[in-house]
Write a protein that binds this ligand. Structure first.
Ligand code: UD1
Ligand code: UDP
Length: 362
């Protein structure tokens, strides 16, 4: 049973679902909690993934507690009816946490895709760091995207033979859309920004500071344009439209389908984002990414010089964006094109291990 709930889970699990289907020796049962509705459907349609059970859980402005309680009740029913041999989920969302919990309560082995990411601060990202730490406690197969994620798991006492380094499936998804890593050879200042914001920690005051930085940059940089596909979370949507709905150089959009968003990343000179997935994709597309967070569980791109943690203080954002726009050497260094998160073959490694596990345990 493969459980997905949100846009990034669907993008990152699509290659795994397609590979499990291709192997042919399973009958994969896909469950959509639909923690996200439109954004999930958009991805499932694009990857031609049919869902066996749609729990249709999303409500507008849902709270964590409401979603969690509705999700465990609904998912438990499907699990007890289907009696899967193994349950697989990805990442650190409420859907992932609840899928692991439902597996545990029903004594079914759980496999975790994108295991071992850590900031070690359970309040940041909230609630994702808590979710991923708890999920690791009840996981049988840990698919770690990188060596450092595998090391974190090992250091937490998880047996080495249950940790498999696979690369991140987001690179498989990305490579199903584009395999070119064209560098942006700018003979002018970088000026086209692609922006995404959605993290809970950034709602309220941090979002206001980010907004102020964007206003200051738009005023001081007459060439700057901002392409912003706005996340439908009401906390972000209302802010974006109220603050920037009338600005001629800010292009607010509905969430883009995956292929269109990949095109938008390629068309951008640089990306400013608090997204996890975008931090992984941008370096592989040779686009510098400035991360609107204090810490990241994905340090590899920062270490490699393709990403910068700029936080959410107005001055820091203005300074970092201006520097990237005008410092050609910095731009070139950040846009060198690297893929520290995977080689595009993660899904086949995951599917092979699941096949091996099922053959020897069923
Ligand atoms: C969720 C995940 C977060 C992940 C993000 C990816 C949790 C706790 N949070 O955050 O880890 O990074 O998804 O985007 O699991 N909405 C819509 N249509 C949609 C999707 C969302 O209208 O297709 C609106 C609804 O009002 C919904 C709200 O956004 O109630 C929040 O959705 P929710 O999944 O609870 O939180 P996200 O902020 O999307
Ligand atoms: N994405 C998309 N359309 C958009 C914005 C993002 O398809 O308009 C993709 C993006 O390429 C990445 C994923 O969604 O693969 C990231 O999702 P999100 O930022 O919502 O969540 P996170 O990765 O932070 O959990």
């Amino acid at each position: 049973m493969i459980v997905v709930g949100t846009r990034p889970e669907a993008i990152k699990m699509a290659p795994v679902i397609l590979e499990l289907k291709r192997l042919g020796n399973f009958s994969p049962c896909v469950v959509a909690t639909a923690q996200h509705r439109e954004m999930l459907d958009q991805v499932l349609r694009e990857f031609s993934i049919e869902v066996d059970h749609d729990l249709d859980l999303m409500t507008n402005g849902q709270t964590l507690s409401q979603l969690t309680s509705r999700c465990i009740s609904a998912l438990d029913k499907v699990v007890t009816t289907e009696k899967p041999h193994i349950i697989i989920a990805q990442g650190d969302t409420t859907t992932t946490f609840v899928a692991a919990l439902a597996a545990f309560y029903n004594r079914i082995p759980f496999a975790h895709v994108e295991a071992g990411l850590r900031t070690f601060d359970i309040m940041d990202p909230f609630p994702e760091e808590f979710n991923r730490q708890v999920v690791s406690k009840i996981t049988r197969l840990h698919f770690a995207p990188t060596d450092s994620a595998a090391r974190y798991l090992f250091n937490e006492g998880i047996p080495k033979d249950s940790i498999i380094v696979t690369g991140n499936t987001v690179i498989d998804a990305l490579m199903s859309i584009t395999t070119t890593h064209d560098r942006q050879r700018l003979d002018r200042p970088a000026r086209k920004m692609l922006l995404t914001i959605h993290r809970r920690e950034n709602f309220g005051e941090p979002l206001r500071r980010i907004g102020k930085a964007l206003h200051m940059l738009l005023a001081s940089e007459p060439e700057l344009t901002i392409n912003w596909p706005v996340h439908p979370n009401p906390n972000v949507k209302e802010f974006a439209w109220t603050e920037f709905g009338n600005h001629p150089r800010v292009h607010l959009k509905e969430p883009l389908g995956y292929a269109k968003f990949v095109s938008a990343m390629i068309e951008a000179d640089f990306i400013v984002s608090d997204s996890g997935g975008v931090q992984e994709e941008a370096p592989a597309l040779a686009r510098p990414v400035l991360v609107l967070r204090k810490e990241t569980e994905r340090p590899e791109a920062v270490v490699a010089g393709a990403a910068q943690l700029v936080g959410t203080e107005t001055e820091s954002i203005v300074k970092s964006v201006s520097e990237l726009m005008h410092n050609t050497a910095l731009y070139k260094e950040m846009a060198k094109g690297i893929s520290p998160y995977g080689d595009g073959k993660a899904a086949s490694r995951i599917a092979a291990k699941i096949a091996e596990f099922c053959n020897s345990n069923m």
